[in-house]
Design a protein around this ligand. Structure first.
Ligand SMILES: Cc1ncc(COP(=O)(O)O)c(C=O)c1O
Length: 364
């Protein structure tokens, strides 16, 4: 057997520690997972109520065209139905983009650190990866533009960026779109779109009218709380969708995921509540950090990257023993940091107390 050479040196995606695993390891009853930027308030009660009815026809393949959810999303974001492609999570849309545009001899430009699946999928396609370090948590857009040449196929912009939570403002995004050559597809990954409230947030859907080399990614996994069902989508010019579609598996989003997404979109009060609570608890975390001299990135998402007076792994381990799963920044090349998903008020109060304890122990 001979696998692609590149795969020999690649590792599978390392998910955050699982709840059951941590419970068993530390003899704890309750675990709070703040590691994967899921919605701590769950998902729409409406979806929960209608779920039993959604599983009635599992012997039938899903609608490969995802017609109903397509119609719903198109009207919700005010785009045309032929501007959409659905994926088994936006992860899969990232994979489809790489399958479509990348190959040996081509290159792709992205920030570092950013969402790791861009690089992972691009490597599998044999493309050259051009990573441009963030500058104080922000994309170095000029640096990224400098990396573009005739062989560049895809430019990845993650806003707000995972893991820093920092967004790219409207002026900067308009400027970069104006400068990127037409032969490069620009991906604006807005997985945390619903949480953004900056006055200078970019209207990426409106920009699609102007730019044909743009695709915007959104997901039902974060604010909508449907990470377990796996459904996300891309919005682009119909010509871009047309070239992507053959690289998509025919029945890639499940019947249940498609139906749940429709119901979830109708329950905007749930989104409003989640976003409001996230904002409140994020501001409290910022306040806590300010009070304890901890620096952090000004996040527009539902997670915050904070700087500690100790290694991220040490804080991660301490919090784990107390029943909190977070992400250490060490593996991301961000020493002395952790990335913390914003949780429920009571859990945030507890985790802040635990962090305070650990930091004061370290100072003694
Ligand atoms: C920036 C970003 N994009 C895409 C994804 C993938 O999300 P999903 O595949 O669940 O839609 C994530 C998940 O963590 C993310 O942080």
């Amino acid at each position: 057997m001979k696998a692609k050479e590149i795969l020999k040196n690649m590792k599978p995606y390392q998910p955050g520690k699982g709840i059951e695993e941590v419970k068993k390891e530390y003899g704890l009853d309750r675990i709070v997972k703040l590691a994967s930027n899921e919605n701590p308030f769950g998902f729409s009660e409406q979806v929960k109520k209608e779920l039993p009815a959604l599983i009635s026809q599992l012997e039938i393949y899903p609608d490969g065209y995802a017609a109903m959810v397509r119609k719903k999303v198109a009207s919700f974001i005010q785009a045309d139905e032929n501007q959409l492609i659905f994926g088994n999570g936006s992860d899969e849309v990232v994979q489809i983009i790489c399958r479509t545009f990348l190959e040996p001899g081509a290159n792709t430009v992205m920030a570092t650190p950013t969402f790791p699946q861009y690089k992972h999928n691009a490597l599998i396609e044999g493309a050259e990866i051009r990573e441009v370090p963030l500058m104080d948590g922000h994309h170095d857009l000029e640096g990224m533009l400098d990396q573009i040449d005739e062989q560049t196929r895809v430019l990845w912009l993650c806003t707000p960026n995972n893991p820093t939570g920092v967004h790219i403002n409207d002026k900067a995004l308009a400027d970069v779109l104006g400068k990127v050559p037409d032969h490069v597809l620009v991906v604006i990954d807005e997985a945390y779109y619903e949480y953004m409230d900056a006055a200078d947030a970019f209207d990426s859907i409106a920009a699609l009218k102007e730019y044909q080399n743009l695709i915007v990614l959104r997901t039902f996994s974060k604010a909508y709380g449907l990470a377990g069902l796996r459904i996300g989508y891309g919005v682009a010019h119909p010509d871009v969708i047309r070239v992507l579609e053959p690289a998509r598996e025919p029945f890639n989003t499940s019947t249940v995921a498609q139906a749940a997404a429709i119901i979830a979109l109708d329950d905007q009060p749930f989104i409003d509540h989640s976003v409001e609570q996230n904002k409140k608890n994020k501001e409290r975390l910022f306040q806590f950090c300010d009070e304890h001299g901890i620096s952090y990135f000004d996040s527009q998402a539902n997670f915050v990257l904070i700087h500690l007076p100790m290694s991220g792994d040490e804080m991660f381990q301490h919090l784990l023993t107390k029943g909190f799963i977070v992400r250490s920044g060490e593996a991301l090349g961000l020493p002395n940091t952790i990335r913390l998903t914003i949780g429920r008020t009571e859990d945030m109060e507890r985790i802040q107390e635990e962090m305070k304890q650990k930091i004061s122990e370290g100072a003694q």
